[in-house]
Design a protein around this ligand. Structure first.
Ligand code: ASP
Length: 589
């Protein structure tokens, strides 16, 4: 399948004011008369007679040689008309795409002078976050930021084209909506025409897309804006974009194939290389082997079951343990006592009773305070099971199974995880999530995905008797340890839906009040259906080599949810509030 072509910056450069873009000029253009428009990136005055002006537009930079003294300053907007010529022998710049040429005989027209920028437009100088966002229009002039937005556009284009090709129809769903079932805190919008009533900004188009399936749209997608009023982090903003999709008459395998095609195309469009087909792990495999439901497959060795090795052990800490697992940390046998004590503390912080560490020496000898409590056979068995090499560190935890997985899963990341955006891109599907993630304060199961997720058909008869053991037909896509998206096959049958509501403790009246419009629609012929949503900002960040999704969003909010550029959120005029029937109370102390 051909992915979307990379963005072609040289297409249609000419406008009434210019013939070319700065970054496009090459040796083949020598002799051409050109007009260029852009910003003064740099000006170097050589005596009274000559100035070198680097002119910048979105396509790049070209050197212009201007006769006489120049009044130009950084970030002035200018139009330069001149002739392309080769740079004098020995003055070429191999780091610049236009480095073989320059523009001479220049006429300069200042289209608009500019004040000195509050920080230099340079990838080498990093201003603080608030300053960058306050003047985001200057920040976005930088190479890195322009490149990120180009990657974003290439990714979006590839996703759209993959969905179109697979027969999906793009449909927009409303922003003024009602609560949706993802369960995050929502942004609320007061209604002027119905005082005291509120819209809710959608956390996702979940219910709308399910209605589109009832409507017979068959395959829907949208690059959807979703809004969740939750604390901001490196991988989370209030508003984010997702490739949202839903399809009828499908199995889980069909949905996974649609999404894989789209994200692999997007990766190829952004990086030039198509990753391998996406591996699959069940949730249980992921938890047992990596101690995480969003495993970073790059982060070193897996967790190994050690129950059989220590079945007859006399070592107190291991006797009778629900689960014993270990892992090797390659080449980390030289960690000092301070670091090992810190690892032990963090294991305890995660709920473990302790952490056993062993340094592996030549010939598989083990150096550890606990080594003397282990038999020869146990020591040899441990080294063989985790495939330890001399110079490795081996970590072992014996505890309740969930604690062992959580502790070793975290230590695996702490010791071996490369930055999220570095190196290989390892996508992985996680399937067969538990239907419920645990019990709430009242002992009711809490949905792991949302209340419309279809249980695994083999587990349906345990829905009421043993809900926490029921698997679901839901699945996540993970990339380098970041959850990139999730989806599920939905419940389309009223009988299964009522059983779920009743297990969740949602009465029929409450279900009707919250989701009545969807349940009503389901009475008029709902096809079996399922879908997915891929977090666009996270995908673009990883593909662009960024650790924070803010770097791939044109106008993001700060960590505290503010927009220093516009001043949002801001108070509104009392008259506007009065018209909405709203009175602002003093902030709670
Ligand atoms: N609505 C889900 C989400 O936003 C995705 C899905 O189930 O399709 O996470």
């Amino acid at each position: 399948m051909t992915p979307a072509p990379p963005p072609d910056l040289s297409a249609h450069p000419a406008t009434s004011l210019r013939t070319d873009r700065c970054g496009d000029l090459r040796a083949g253009d020598v002799g051409r008369a050109v007009s260029l428009c852009g910003w003064v990136a740099r000006r170097r005055q050589h005596g009274e007679h000559l100035a070198f002006v680097d002119l910048r537009d979105r396509s790049g930079v070209v050197q212009c040689v201007v006769d006489g003294a120049s009044e130009l300053r950084s970030e002035f907007v200018v139009r330069i008309t001149g002739t392309v010529r080769p740079r004098p022998e020995g003055t070429g710049n191999a780091d610049l795409a236009t480095g073989e040429v320059e523009v001479g005989d220049c006429q300069v027209e200042v289209l608009n002078p500019a004040e000195p920028p509050p920080f230099p437009v340079s990838d080498r100088v990093e201003a603080d976050e608030a300053t960058r966002l306050r003047h985001r229009y200057i920040d976005l002039r930088r190479n890195r930021m322009q490149r990120n937005l180009v990657v974003r556009a290439a990714v979006t284009r590839a996703l759209r084209s993959a969905m179109d090709r697979q027969g999906f129809l793009e449909v927009e769903t409303p922003l003024l909506w009602v609560p949706t079932p993802e369960g995050a805190r929502e942004f609320v919008i007061p209604s002027r025409l119905q005082p005291g009533h509120f819209y809710v900004l959608p956390q996702s188009p979940q219910l709308a897309k399910q209605l589109l399936m009832v409507a017979g749209l068959d395959r829907y997608y949208q690059i959807a804006r979703c809004l969740r009023d939750e604390d901001l982090r490196a991988d989370r903003q209030f508003e984010f974009a997702q490739l949202d999709l839903e399809a009828s008459f499908v199995s889980q395998d069909d949905v996974l194939a649609f999404v894989a095609e789209a994200v692999l195309d997007a990766t190829e469009a952004a990086t030039g290389a198509r990753p391998d087909p996406i591996e699959r792990l069940t949730w249980t495999e992921a938890m047992e082997r990596f101690g995480s439901d969003k495993p970073d497959l790059r982060a070193g060795p897996e967790l190994v079951e050690l129950g059989p090795v220590f079945a007859q052990t006399a070592f107190r800490a291991f006797v009778g343990a629900d689960c014993i697992k270990g892992m090797r940390a390659p080449g980390q046998g030289d960690l000092g006592r301070n670091r090992l004590d810190a690892l032990t503390e963090s294991a305890k912080g995660l709920g473990a009773k302790g952490l056993v560490w062993l340094r592996v020496g030549e010939g598989g000898t083990l150096d550890s305070p606990v080594a003397k409590f282990l038999s020869d056979a146990e020591r040899a068995g441990l080294v063989a099971a985790v495939e330890a090499e001399p110079g490795d560190l081996v970590l072992v935890v014996a505890d309740e199974r969930p604690t062992v997985r959580a502790v070793l899963g975290q230590l695996r990341l702490d010791l071996g995880r490369p930055p999220v955006s570095e190196g290989a891109r390892r996508f992985v599907w996680i399937t067969e999530f538990p239907l419920f993630e645990g019990l709430d304060g009242e002992g009711r199961p809490v949905p792991a995905h949302h209340a419309f997720t279809m249980p695994h058909p083999d587990d349906l008869d345990r829905l009421e008797s043993d809900p926490l053991s029921v698997r679901s037909q839901s699945y996540d896509l993970v990339l380098n340890g970041w959850e990139l998206g999730s989806g599920s096959i939905r419940i389309h049958r009223a009988d299964i839906q009522s059983r779920i509501f009743s297990v969740l403790g949602i009465s029929e009246a409450e279900a009707q009040a919250r989701f009545g419009f969807l349940l009503d629609a389901f009475r008029y012929g709902a096809p079996p259906h399922g879908g997915f949503a891929v977090g666009l900002d996270r995908l673009v960040a990883i593909l662009a080599g960024e650790e924070n999704i803010r770097e791939v969003i044109a106008f993001p909010k700060t960590q505290s949810g503010l927009d220093p550029l516009t001043g949002a959120p801001a108070p509104v005029a009392p008259k506007l509030l009065a018209g909405l029937g709203i009175k602002v109370l003093p902030a709670p102390a």
